[in-house]
Every structure is written in C-alpha cells, then in structure tokens.
Design a protein around this ligand. Structure first.
Ligand SMILES: NC(=O)c1ccc[n+]([C@@H]2O[C@H](COP(=O)([O-])OP(=O)(O)OC[C@H]3O[C@@H](n4cnc5c(N)ncnc54)[C@H](O)[C@@H]3O)[C@@H](O)[C@H]2O)c1
Ligand SMILES: O=CCCC(=O)O
Length: 574
C-alpha cells in the first residue's frame, strides 16, 4: 500500500504530474502533518486516481469530517470548456418579440459554472415592466399564430426539431457548462428535449374534436379544441433544455404563444433554443424567453397575475408551486404543476434478476447526481435479499467517476449550488445520528470544486429519518429494509407527495396489485427510467396535477368548446 502525505489544503488535482507527486511525497514525508491519504492502488496516470481510501489522521480540528469513502474519481483538468461549434449560440440576452434584448434597466446577473464556480457570462435582470413587454409581444403574436393551420404549426415545430438535431452537440455543451451534468447525460437530454418538438409536431395536426349525440330534439352538438391563449411557463435548472421544450412544444402545437421564464442558474441553453426557433422560422412574439435571478419572484408574480396570461405551467418545488397557485387564482388561470417527489423504489425478493434491480436503482437514484424529481429517494429492499442488494449496490457506486462534466469517463458531476449541498449534508448527518451506516461517500469533495458531494450510500435507514420524509434532490441513496408487500406499500404511500414510484418483481399478480396501489402519477416496473416524450409525465397529491408529454400533454394548453346548433328538423323536406 502506498502512503501519500498531502498537506491539508493541497488539492489532489495537483498530482496530475507524476514527478510533482513524487516530489511532494518526499516533502510531505519530511513534514508528516495533517491529512493522510492512503491509496490502495494509485494509478500513475496523469488523469485518474483509482480506489482512493481517504482517512483522517488523528487531529483535534480536522478541516472536513473525513470518513472512509472508497470511490473512484477523475481529477478535473482545470475546467476547460470545449468551444461551441457555433459560438453565436452563447447568448447573454433575453428574447422578446423575435429579438435578443437587454433589461430596460441594463441590470444583469452573473451565471456560474457549478463545477468550477467560474463565471460563464451574464443575463438581463428582467423586472415587471420588461416581462409585461414580453407578454404584450406574445398577445400580439397570438392573433395570427392561433389561426395558422395545425399542419403549418406542425411543420414549424418539425423545423425547430431539425435545428436542435443539427446543433445537438452545442446544446449538450451548454447544458454541461451551466448545469454540470456529464456530457453524455447532456447529449441524452438534448435528444430528449428535441423529442418534444418531434412528438408535438405530430400531435398538432391531430387535435380532433367530437360530435356529441344531443338529448334535446333538433339540437346538434359539436366539440372543438382551441388554444387557451398566452401561456406563462416557469422551469427549473435540472434539465435546462427538456423542461422548457416539454412545455413550449405542446403550447405551440395547440396554437398558444408563450412567455417562458428560464431558470436563473441555467439560462443559456434556453437562449440557444430561442435562437434556433428563429432559424426554424417561428414567427416573432410566439416564443419569448425572459431571464431573471434576483427579480425571480417579481417576474413570477407578473406572469401569474397578468390578466393577458391565460395559463401557467410550472415545474419546481411544491412550496413555490403553492405560492404561484395562490397568485394565479386571482385571475382564474388554467394551471398545471409538476412539483417535488419522494419516489419509493421497491425491490421484492421475487425480482427475477438482482443485478438488474441494482442497475435500475442506480440509474434511477443517481441520474443527474440525484437531481431529478423522479429520482428514487427511498430504496426499500425485502429483508431476505437486503444484505446482498446493499453489497452489490455499494460496489457499483464505488466505481463512479465523479468530476468535471467535460472530462472523459466522468459519470457524475456536481450538484447545482451550495444550498443543494447543504440539504444532502443535513440528510446524511441526520441519518447517521439515528443509526444509519454510511457505506460510501458521506462528504463533500472540495478538491474537485465548490459543489461536489461524494455519491453516498447509507444502509439501515428507517422511517424516522429526515430522508424518509423529505426529497434529498442530491446524490444520497437511502436503503431501507422491509418485510411484507402490505407494509412496504403503506410506507411508500406515507408521504404528502406522489410523483413517481418503482418496483422490481416477476410476479404478475403482484405487478398489477402494487402498481395500482402506489399513490403516484407514474410507475416504473422492472425499470428505473420512465421518462419519454411519448409517456404522460406528472404527479398526484402535492406533486401537482396536469400531464406533460404524450397525447395528453396538448390538452393542458387547449380549451374545449361545445357548439350547439338548434332547430334542425329531423324529417327530410319535400
Ligand atoms: N416535477 C418535476 O417535473 C420537477 C422537475 C424539477 C424539479 N422539481 C422540484 O424542484 C425542486 C428543486 O428545484 P428548486 O429548489 O430549484 O425549486 P424551486 O421551486 O425553488 O425553483 C424552480 C424554478 O422556479 C423558479 N422560481 C423560484 N421561486 C419563484 C417564484 N417565487 N416565482 C417564480 N418562479 C420562481 C426558479 O427560477 C427556479 O428555476 C425539487 O423539489 C424538485 O422535485 C420538480
Ligand atoms: O426532474 C424532472 C424531470 C425529469 C424527467 O423528465 O425525467
């Protein structure tokens, strides 16, 4: 075993240079002090440390609470951002009435790369008046957009999809840069996001109405679908492209125009999408993107109270959703809310393949470093397979490569900001205090950057712990043990929210029973990944209501109108 002495604040990434490593090792051995790092196998490559085991040397005031975390990681290479193929897609303005504009006040806010903390660029700090200008543009554009033939709208959406395909690499680069997720995931998101344009370009032309048999003699009743009007869309940072396209695509397909408030943390992907909408030929004013950070609440209030806006769709936390719902009630807007979750992930002992269940749980839990609303938050494993599952699960997590999203081989990036780190830390501390055992991770990784937290696995988690009640929204896997089907379904449903739920079983009876009993809007059976433009996405209970994607998604942006024609005589004339 190699023993490497590092000095408290010297970051590991300095050891990318092997000669430097040797020199420092010798220096450190002459001054044995502070942190001890023991590497069971230190790969003398310029890029990676493998299976590092970090331990605290007895010290009265350790800098960070060290505990064993056998975890592979890729040291970052100084956070170089690959250049965009098309530099004009990095846009530091908002998009109103077909033009990129600044705030009237010229005020801006800074946006930072969550991996390095370095500034990417700035965006306009919009206020009420700026937002009202965007609403006016959308209202004006509505007059002609709603009258376009559905087939014309379909063609334009399809062109926007094509633009996204052409520029997929740049969209992925922007996503990784501002959100931190690994480039492979960002490429997946770019495709997922584009799929909403493809899907709703097809739906646009199939907004069928109905002919209703009337119960009144001489009446004929027709049902038509019409656009609800100007829509206010508010989206979060965890999917900078897909959350916004999942709302814009059905809105435009239905004949609505939009004012979308992009997330302050990740506005550049949305701006690139706006530019692509221009290139696709979407008329001016149909899509408007407003940006704000400090003024987020002011912009949100403007969108939710302005009478010209007829529909609000929000994705984000339940608390903000409740506030926006109160604000929108004043003008009785049509609303849909995609809010927080606390997804149960259940592994029954009759699951056909334990390795598949482990892989499904890993994919579900650690996608976007645990920052998706459908991530498993509580992993319940039946007692007879608990120890085996835990062992396999922890082993997989140890092999993660945490690091900068642009570096080769990185599987997991940072979380979005220090508040997100704070929540993971609080959940870990609380679980440990109450008897949970940390098997992997359990601490920040400051050597990688300001927002890195080690993917963490805790066993022996119980229902009195904070993580059982509250969505972590970060890289913490909490492993609970259960005995019976009835018990676990009760535990799974014992929460105010109900977005997604998952389970693994090969028993057909159980599959129907449990899927029907789970109080959620989406169930994954023998899979940990359920997101698909073709599938309805949304929750029940305090996870909100409304469905996005799928054939149902367009209904959120449509109104149903009945037309009754009276006085039709039944008998033929003459
Ligand atoms: N159901 C879903 O599809 C979904 C998706 C992503 C995130 N979420 C939920 O969001 C939470 C994590 O994200 P967060 O902490 O950034 O959520 P958040 O609710 O604080 O913020 C979400 C977005 O809402 C905007 N926002 C915040 N306050 C606002 C206000 N007063 N008026 C208008 N807009 C406002 C912000 O711009 C932000 O981008 C988690 O609970 C997660 O489950 C849900
Ligand atoms: O985080 C919310 C959305 C996640 C998804 O669409 O899969």
């Amino acid at each position: 075993m190699t023993i490497l002495w590092s000095f408290g604040s010297v970051p590991l990434r300095q050891y990318l240079d092997v000669q430097q490593f040797d020199d420092d090792l010798r220096t450190a051995q002459r001054a044995p002090k502070k942190t001890i790092i023991m590497a069971s196998a230190f790969m003398r490559s310029r890029f990676s440390l493998t299976s590092a085991v970090v331990k605290a040397r007895p010290s009265p005031t350790p800098k960070i609470p060290f505990r064993p975390f056998p975890l592979k990681f890729v040291a970052n290479m100084g956070h170089n951002v690959p250049k965009l193929n098309d530099q004009s897609l990095l846009i530091s303005q908002a998009f109103v009435n077909g033009e990129f504009v600044d705030a009237a006040s010229s005020e801006t806010f800074e946006v930072h790369d969550p991996s390095s903390g370095k500034k990417i660029s700035t965006c306009p700090e919009f206020n009420k008046q700026d937002t009202e200008n965007a609403i006016a543009a959308a209202e004006e554009a509505l007059k002609s957009w709603r009258k376009k033939l559905p087939r014309e709208r379909a063609t334009l959406l399809r062109k926007w999809y094509d633009e996204m395909q052409k520029n997929a690499a740049d969209i992925a680069t922007l996503i990784t840069w501002e959100n931190g997720k690994p480039l492979t995931d960002a490429k997946g998101e770019a495709q997922y996001a584009a799929n909403f344009f493809l899907w709703f370009s097809e739906e646009a032309a199939h907004q069928h109405g109905d002919v209703v048999p009337s119960s009144v003699p001489g009446n004929r009743v027709h049902v038509i679908k019409q656009p609800v009007g100007v829509c206010g869309l508010i989206t979060p940072w965890n999917f900078p492209a897909a959350m916004i396209t999942r709302k814009i695509a059905p809105a435009l397909a239905a004949g609505c125009t939009v004012v979308a408030k992009s997330p302050g943390e990740t506005p550049f992907t949305a701006n690139a999408l706006a530019e692509l909408s221009r290139r696709a030929g979407i008329p001016k004013g149909v899509v408007n993107i407003v940006t704000a950070m400090k003024n987020t609440a002011e912009v949100g209030e403007t969108l939710t109270t302005d009478p010209r806006i007829k529909k609000i769709s929000f994705t984000g936390s339940t608390n903000v959703g409740k506030l926006l719902m109160k604000q929108a009630a004043g003008t009785m807007k049509k609303v849909s809310w995609e809010l927080g979750g606390n997804a149960p992930f259940i592994v029954f002992d009759d699951c056909a393949d334990l390795d598949a269940a482990v892989a499904g749980a890993i994919a579900c839990k650690f996608r976007s470093s645990g920052q998706t609303c459908v991530c498993a938050n509580r992993i319940y494993v039946q007692e007879s397979i608990y120890d085996k599952f835990v062992e396999k699960f922890a082993e997989k997590v140890k092999n993660f490569k945490v690091g900068y999203g642009f570096d080769d081989g990185v599987t997991h990036g940072p979380v979005i900001h220090d508040r997100a780190i704070g929540k993971v830390e609080a959940h870990v501390k609380d679980a440990e205090k109450k008897g949970g055992k940390v098997l992997v991770g359990g601490q920040k990784l400051p050597d990688l950057g300001p927002n890195f937290y080690a993917p963490t696995v805790i066993r022996d988690v119980t229902k009195d712990m904070q993580v059982a009640r509250d969505e972590t929204f970060g890289p913490l896997a909490a492993l609970f043990k259960f005995k019976t089907e009835k018990e676990v379904v009760e535990l799974a449903n014992n929460t105010e929210v109900g977005l997604a739920g998952y389970f693994y079983s090969s028993n057909v009876n159980r599959i129907y029973r449990v899927a029907e009993a789970l109080e959620v809007g989406m169930v994954g059976v023998n899979t940990g990944l359920i997101s698909d433009a073709a599938s309805p996405f949304g929750g029940v209970k305090e996870s909100g209501f409304g469905r996005e994607g799928s054939k149902y998604g367009i209904d959120e942006y449509s109104i149903i109108k009945s037309i009754t024609i009276g006085g039709i005589e039944n008998d033929l004339q003459g």
